[in-house]
Each structure stands twice: as structure tokens, then as C-alpha cells.
Design a protein around this ligand. Structure first.
Ligand code: GDP
Ligand code: IMO
Ligand code: MG
Length: 421
């Protein structure tokens, strides 16, 4: 009955989509448990390139059940479009289930997201997908759930009430009014197509676990964007860490076997917020160009920097990571020297703990340790012994610093550019 969780251990975009696709070779069901279409998970198979936002990254393996769990916030219009786009590429989408308990994102959430950012003194740099406002409505207990997609009358009534409330807020803020009936019509069209997918996934996932199936939970974002554990307030609005899989999937903690932590061989971040190892020089630009570090959802250039062992050790501790998948090692191929951040100097004092205070994170100067590069192309490596010694030493040091074990190494975006330790 192995149930595993895969999460990002940095600020997102670690390569979770690729790893889910690789691991799904041996899996019966993949379950998204938090976030929404703020996620952009890339899967490359041969010369085909896909970016998934709401559909689980197991979709490319025929027969794998793909579950959008209760903890996800779902924009029905976006989900419908994503499914149709996959179908146009001849991907079988027949195995998608949408939790009846999942909260929905509507046009008014996206408008509120934009308005919050415009009006804020401190801009988070959100993806603009309405994530924060939708989770706020969930907590405020005014959200609308996927179960209502199956009842157009109930859905329309609730939508009109909530949209009118938002329009009053928009009027107060001098923002444009939402055309409620036009948005409703668009949404009802999507609802008609999505209604057959609405399932009590808490029962279906628990039944799969009980039947001894292999279930893999697919995290979105990363630990440092977690609403509790991340660099608050520069975070997303959900629990991106492994505990979120239990609440966001409706499964008990004792069914979990492994927690996979996906860890990029360097660090990136999109949007605003502290990033102690960020590089503003030619090396940062090189990482961005070689690593193609441009957002899979918004296309924004990602900020790049050295591997931050302080942040990732914290992430591995909170998640209980017992298997590391290191990605994008190949991006470092060309570097003479590679640094790892092993501590933060904050107002003259050195610590190896990840601070909670924003001011401390902003003041943190990285304490760097330098490693010699390997200066050769490793994208063709298919085993540990294929790697140059300096690359093996670098990986071993990463694992030691985050106190976990490397299980998989990824040396390129494609499925076959992956091997076990
Ligand atoms: P996710 O959000 O964690 O799924 O990651 P993204 O898809 O947003 O970003 C990861 C990017 O790196 C994608 O473009 C992947 O195709 C690519 N990628 C994944 N693993 C590797 C790797 O080992 N090497 C290289 N060069 N690219 C990779
Ligand atoms: P995947 O799953 C990287 C970031 C945004 C912003 C902050 C809040 O592809 O790794 P939100 O729209 O969630 O309210 O934005 O979180 N962010 C991501 N950064 N990868 C992601 O997802 C992200 N999802 C949200 O850039 O800083
Ligand atoms: Mg991404």
C-alpha cells in the first residue's frame, strides 16, 4: 500500500512535474493536494513539452488515476481549458477525478488578487490566479465548492451573491465592475463539462490505498512558500509541505511511507521576498539562461542564486524528507566554482537555522563554502559512476547538509535524463 508524497524543498519550480512523471511509472494514482493553477509543472517526453497547472503530472501514463484533491483551489474555466488542450494533443484525460470538496476560483478572485497587489505597499508578486482570495473565502466560509458544479441552479445563485459582494468592494476601491452574467455564462459552460469528474475523492483515494494501490501525492510550490513555514508574507496561501497531503487529500498520516524532496542543485525564486543567496552578477544570469529559468505559469524571469543549505535543511526537516531527488545538476556544468550557503550571518551573528522574522531573512548574509566545478557535460550521465568526481562530491555535500539521502539525480529535462543513486 505504499503512499508517498513528493514536495518542493525550495521556492517552487524544483522540477516536481518531471519527477512525478518519472515516478508514475510505478504508481496507480497521483493526487494534487494544495495550490491551484499558480503551479506550472513541466513534463518533457521525447521532443514534446507540456506544462500542467491543475491536472496531476501522472496524466501521461495511461491508466493512472489523476486526482485533484479537496485541498486544491480550482478555477473551473482554467481546468476545462487545460483538459481540452491536453485532449487536443491526444493525451487521454479520462482518469481525472475532481474532489467534490475542492474550493472554486472565480473571476472575482482573480480581480481581487490583482487589486490587492495594486493597492499593497508590499507587493507579493503573485501569479494573479486568484489563489489568496479563494483560500481566504474558504477560511471565511463563503467559498463555493466543486460539488456545486453538479447543480447549475445552486451554483448560479451562490455565484451571483458572492460576485455582487465583490462588485461592491470593487466599487469602493474604484476598480472596474465584473460583468456577473457574462462570467457566470462562461463558468456554467465549464461546469457542464467538469460535472462528470466531480467525485468524493476522499473515499476513492482511501479505497485505492486500502486495495494496496500505489498512490503518489504531488506537491505544488515549495516549502519556503508554505503559508506557515515560508518567508511570510511572501508565500502562497496553502500548506505546501508534506502535512498538507493528509488534510488536502483526506488521508491519515500513518499511511505515508516516503517523502520525496525535490531539490534543485542551485536556488530560484519567482516573485518578491527574501532570497539570501540570490546572485545579481553574471553567474546569476548564466544560471537563468542555461537553466531556462523563466516561469512556466507567468513567463517571468526567475531570480537565481546558490544552493541554500540553511533553507533546504529547514524544508527537509519540516517535510520529513527521506528521499532526495536532485535536479538540474547539469546546469552547473560550466562553472569553475560552485558555492553552497552553509549559514546566515545576521547582524554579526552566524546561524544555521532558518529565521522566522522577515527582517532577519532580509538582513541575512550567506556564509558560503566553495566547491570546484566539474567543467564537462553531464547531461548524458545515466548512473552515479558516470558522474565526474567533483559532481559526486557536490551531491554528497548537499545531502549531508540537508540531512537526507539522495535517491534520484536528474541531469536534463527529459524522462530518460534521470537515474537512481
Ligand atoms: P516544477 O514546478 O517543480 O514542476 O518545475 P517547473 O516545471 O516549473 O520548472 C522546472 C524546469 O526545469 C522545467 O523547464 C523542466 O523541464 C526543467 N528540468 C527539470 N529537471 C531538469 C534537469 O535535471 N535539468 C535541466 N536542465 N532541466 C530540468
Ligand atoms: P510550482 O508548483 C514558483 C509564488 C508566486 C508569488 C507567491 C504567491 O510550479 O513550483 P500566489 O499566486 O500563489 O498567491 O503567489 O508564490 N508561486 C510560485 N513560485 N513556483 C510555483 O509553483 C509558484 N506558485 C506560486 O510567484 O511569489
Ligand atoms: Mg513550476
Amino acid at each position: 500500500m505504499p503512499v508517498d508524497i513528493l514536495v518542493g524543498t525550495q521556492w517552487g519550480d524544483e522540477g516536481k512535474g518531471k519527477l512525478i512523471d518519472v515516478l508514475t511509472r510505478d504508481v496507480d494514482a497521483v493526487v494534487r493536494f494544495q495550490g491551484g493553477n499558480n503551479a506550472g509543472h513541466t513534463v518533457e517526453i521525447g521532443d514534446r513539452h507540456y506544462v500542467l497547472h491543475l491536472v496531476p503530472s501522472g496524466i501521461f501514463r495511461p491508466g493512472v488515476k489523476c486526482v485533484i484533491g479537496n485541498g486544491v483551489v480550482v478555477d473551473p474555466v482554467a481546468l476545462d481549458a487545460e483538459i481540452r488542450e491536453l485532449e487536443a494533443k491526444e493525451i487521454d484525460t479520462g482518469a481525472i477525478e475532481l474532489s467534490n470538496r475542492a474550493q472554486l476560483i472565480f473571476a472575482y478572485h482573480k480581480a481581487a488578487d490583482a487589486l490587492n497587489e495594486q493597492g499593497a505597499k508590499v507587493k507579493i508578486g503573485t501569479t494573479g490566479r486568484g489563489i489568496g482570495p479563494a483560500y481566504s473565502d474558504k477560511m471565511r466560509r463563503t467559498g463555493i465548492r466543486a460539488i456545486d458544479l453538479t447543480s447549475p441552479e445552486r451554483l448560479s445563485a451562490q455565484f451571483r451573491t458572492e460576485a455582487a459582494k465583490y462588485n461592491r468592494l470593487f466599487a469602493e476601491a474604484g476598480a472596474p465592475q465584473l460583468d456577473i452574467e457574462a462570467e457566470l455564462a462562461k463558468m456554467l459552460e465549464a461546469a457542464t463539462r467538469l460535472a462528470p469528474l466531480v467525485t468524493d475523492t476522499v473515499y476513492s483515494v482511501n479505497a485505492a490505498i486500502k486495495a494496496g494501490k500505489n498512490v503518489l501525492f504531488e506537491g505544488a510550490q515549495g516549502a519556503l512558500l508554505d503559508i506557515d513555514h515560508g518567508t511570510y508574507p511572501f508565500v502562497t496561501s496553502s500548506n505546501t509541505t508534506s502535512g498538507g497531503a493528509c488534510t488536502g487529500g483526506g488521508v491519515p498520516p500513518q499511511c505515508i511511507r516516503d517523502v520525496w524532496g525535490v531539490i534543485k542543485a542551485y536556488t530560484t525564486r519567482v516573485g518578491a521576498g527574501p532570497f539570501p543567496t540570490e546572485l545579481f552578477d553574471a553567474t546569476g544570469e548564466k544560471l537563468r539562461q542555461v537553466g531556462r529559468e523563466f516561469g512556466a505559469t507567468t513567463g517571468r524571469p526567475r531570480r537565481c542564486g546558490w544552493f541554500d543549505a540553511v533553507a533546504s535543511r529547514y524544508a527537509c526537516m519540516v517535510n520529513g524528507v527521506n528521499k532526495l531527488a536532485v535536479t538540474k545538476l547539469d546546469v552547473l556544468d560550466d562553472l569553475e566554482q560552485i558555492a553552497i550557503c552553509v549559514g546566515y550571518r545576521i547582524n554579526g551573528k552566524v546561524t544555521d537555522q532558518f529565521p522566522a522574522a522577515l527582517a532577519d531573512l532580509e538582513a541575512a548574509q550567506p556564509v558560503l563554502e566553495y566547491h570546484p566545478g566539474w567543467k564537462c557535460d553531464i547531461s548524458g550521465a545515466r548512473s552515479w559512476s558516470d558522474l565526474p568526481e567533483n559532481a559526486r562530491k557536490y551531491l554528497a555535500r548537499m545531502a549531508e547538509l540537508v540531512d537526507s539521502e539522495i535517491a534520484i539525480i536528474s541531469v536534463g529535462p527529459r524522462r530518460d535524463q534521470t537515474f537512481a543513486r
